[in-house]
Each structure stands twice: as structure tokens, then as C-alpha cells.
Design a binder for this molecule. Structure first.
Ligand code: SF4
Length: 242
């Protein structure tokens, strides 16, 4: 099956088996393709039932995707625990790029979570906190789509070394597209500099990886960039990409 066959065979309604076939073929055909080619394929294949997610650490993925698919839906998980700089980056993204930012919230506010489960759940049970504030709200928000684009990279963590450029997201029964899976930090830095990509100002204050404020600390020179996430808790992923 060629990519042309794949795209030609797609209608609006698609079975899970169709989608899994698409993933298998596309992962092979697109392994050596550029990020832009991968995004172009995804946009042509899934149309408006394609979205991307962003943590608003920077707008690299937003820059890349909006050039191919203007007006694309960008899902931002508003956990209630973000740094003010992250919320500011989200608002700036909506002004600067041709995208539709969708703010996703947990079914409980932070105050309601504190009332029901006790304060500072992030310190006592970060997996449950991440599930309630990130994973479940995202799962709900992704339901209308056939595919989502993420910005994860193989070199970010050992848990991500096997990331394919197109994958079957079995948990959500949909397609996951990772156009910069093969990029290195140097590729990222070069693209950001060459294209004047909007960046969360916390990066200039030694926060190379940015999540919720209670679970993110500054990183010293030479430390693993992701070591500032859930430091001391033995946790490396929030659960969205597992
Ligand atoms: S990163 Fe921390 S505060 Fe944010 S959802 Fe996860 S545990 Fe809760």
C-alpha cells in the first residue's frame, strides 16, 4: 500500500482497523520524511479531525503545524497549577499564530480537588493528580478527533526512545503523529532561532522543561533538562504519552 492509496482510501468515517492499517504503512513510509512532510500527510489524511497538543513550553510545534494547516485546533491542558508565564505564552500564541487554542480543564477545580482529596495531592500522589488534571481531561478533549500531533522526541527521555513518527494510540483508539520524534535538541534550537519561534520566558531562567509550577524546578548547568520535573518523586512522565 502506498501513501497515495492510503489517502485515497479514506472517507469521513473510518473503522479502528482502517486507522491501524494507516498507521502501520505511514510509520514505515514517513520514517525518513521531514517534519513538514509528516504534518502535510497528517493534514491531508485527517483534515479537521486532526489537532495538536501543546504545553506552551514553546511554540515550535504550533509554528510548524500552522504553516501547513492554518486554523488548526491546539489543545492546551489548563491544570490550574501553571506558571503565570505559561498562561501568558498561551495567550500570546493565540495572538501571534493562526491557530484555534482550546483550553481544557479538569472536571474539578484545584479548590474542589483539595476539598475532596485533600490539599497538595501532587506531593502525595502525583500519578493521581496528573491523571485527574491532565490525562482524563485530554482524553475527553481528544474524543472528536481521529488523530493528534504531539511534540515528543526520542532524545528527551529513555521512556521515549522508541517513539515512531506515526503511532497507534491504543489507549485512545486513535492515531498519534510525532513529526519531530527524530529531532535533537540542536535541531530544536536551530529551528527556534531561524524562525523566531515564540518561547516561554521561563526558559531564560533555567527551566528547560516546563510543567506545573509545584512539580517543576530550575535545572543547574549540565543537569538533564528533564531532571527538574517531579524532582525526587521517581516520576518521569505525566501519563499522557504512556
Ligand atoms: S504535574 Fe504536578 S501539579 Fe500538575 S497535574 Fe501532575 S502532579 Fe498535579
Amino acid at each position: 500500500m502506498t501513501l497515495v492509496d492510503i489517502e485515497a482510501g479514506l472517507g469521513q468515517q473510518r473503522s479502528t482497523l482502517d486507522l491501524q492499517d494507516i498507521v502501520e504503512s505511514a510509520a514505515i513510509f514517513l520514517e525518513d520524511a521531514s517534519a513538514r512532510e509528516i504534518i502535510r500527510w497528517a493534514a491531508a489524511t485527517f483534515g479537521d479531525r486532526l489537532c495538536l497538543t501543546s504545553s506552551m513550553s514553546d511554540a515550535l510545534l504550533i509554528d510548524l503545524v500552522s504553516r501547513v494547516k492554518p486554523g488548526v485546533d491546539v489543545l492546551f491542558i489548563d491544570t490550574g497549577y501553571h506558571f503565570a508565564e505559561t498562561i501568558g505564552t498561551r495567550d500570546a500564541v493565540q495572538q501571534v499564530y493562526d491557530v484555534n487554542v482550546i483550553n481544557i480543564k479538569s472536571s474539578r477545580t484545584v479548590q474542589e480537588q483539595d476539598r475532596d482529596l485533600g490539599p497538595r495531592l501532587f506531593g502525595r500522589n502525583p500519578d493521581l493528580c496528573c491523571y485527574l488534571r491532565k490525562v482524563e481531561p485530554l482524553n475527553r478533549a481528544l474524543e472528536p478527533y481521529l488523530a493528534w500531533i504531539s511534540g515528543i522526541r526520542r532524545d528527551e527521555a529513555t521512556s521515549r526512545t522508541g517513539t515512531k513518527v506515526v503511532e497507534w494510540d491504543a489507549k485512545r483508539q486513535m492515531v498519534k503523529v510525532n513529526p519531530i520524534a527524530k529531532w535533537t535538541q540542536e535541531d530544536v534550537d536551530n529551528y527556534m532561532a531561524d524562525n523566531g519561534v515564540l518561547i516561554n520566558p521561563l526558559h531564560y531562567d533555567n527551566y528547560p522543561s516546563i510543567g506545573c509550577a509545584p512539580c517543576t524546578r530550575q535545572v543547574a548547568e549540565g543537569e538533564d533538562p528533564r531532571s527538574g520535573r517531579w524532582a525526587g518523586l521517581g516520576k518521569v512522565e505525566c501519563g499522557i504519552h504512556l
